[in-house]
Design a binder for this molecule. Structure first.
Ligand code: NAP
Length: 245
């Protein structure tokens, strides 16, 4: 088992495009062993080829975070290939209810959103915890959102106060709570659990209206993923600044 902080085994979920891809690219450029995952095998392999054309290496393992069979298979392959995991970046997520209000939210939309953003993220995390335990300094990075902050949602002066997206906001608020609970359980261990907001970024999800590039968002994720201390354990951060839950 390597203690080398410069060559960490890092899994990025939903890394075929958007913030996940940019995050994988940055980490590969720094020489880490990146495991790029995607639910669509062709898209995942194409993303690896794109990195390879830029002189960067990443391994690929298929992973659909809303499918238990896929999670089990992924974990088995990961264990066989690497025997441990240093960093899990739970990036995969969905947001399809931008306009839904609390009064008219469709429960099917809530269910579908939670299935990926909350249940899927939890199931992947639980599945790889034994591999993270084999790392000298394991880390779980949960990619959340400013939209998951209850403090921001209730603050009339906050820029996201008027944003609907009720299912998405609930899913990220719940992910924040799960992360807090997990962080407390691992307080006396080598495992660091942090929650990151990438800010509002230009991706398929964030749209071209977003003020930040995907590269900027990925930088926020990478900063937390590679932070050598435990200062972000149980914290919610954006660009290394603490956010209110
Ligand atoms: N962009 C923003 O402004 C913003 C702001 C705050 C937080 N975030 C968060 O950042 C993360 C990445 O978002 P993004 O902007 O990069 O969005 P994106 O471009 O839409 O990418 C989302 C990624 O998640 C994958 N995914 C969705 N469901 C999945 C599943 N069941 N299993 C595996 N992969 C799945 C997608 O795969 P497919 O290509 O197969 O659909 C895609 O690779 C999300 O958690 C999002 O909530 C984004």
């Amino acid at each position: 088992m390597s203690n080398n902080q410069d060559n960490r085994v890092i899994v990025v979920t939903g890394a075929n495009k958007g913030l996940g891809f940019e995050t994988a690219k940055k980490l590969a450029a720094l020489g880490h062993q990146v495991v790029l995952t995607a639910r669509n095998e062709q898209a995942g392999k194409a993303a690896c080829r794109l990195l390879s054309e830029q002189g960067l290496e990443a391994d690929f393992i298929p992973l659909d975070i809303s499918n238990s069979t896929s999670i089990k298979l992924f974990t088995q392959i990961l264990a066989d290939r690497y025997q441990r995991l240093d960093v899990l970046i739970n990036n995969a997520g969905v947001f399809f209810d931008w306009e839904s209000s609390a009064a008219t939210l469709k429960l099917d939309d809530l269910n579908d959103t939670l299935k990926t953003n909350l249940f899927g993220t939890i199931e992947v995390t639980q599945s790889v915890l034994p591999l993270l335990a084999r790392s000298p300094s394991g880390k779980v990075i949960n990619v959340s959102s400013d939209l998951g902050s209850v403090s921001f949602a209730a603050d009339t002066n906050n820029e996201y106060y008027g944003v609907n997206g009720t299912a998405y906001r609930i899913s990220k608020a719940a992910l924040n709570m799960y992360s807090t609970q997990l962080a407390k359980e691992y307080a006396q261990s080598n495992l660091v659990v942090s929650v990151v907001s990438p800010g509002w970024c230009q991706t398929d999800m964030g749209t071209d209206a977003a003020p930040r590039s995907a590269e900027q968002g990925a930088r926020s994720i990478v900063n937390a993923a590679l932070e050598p201390s435990d200062k972000y354990h149980g914290k919610f951060v954006l660009d290394s600044q603490l956010l209110a839950w």
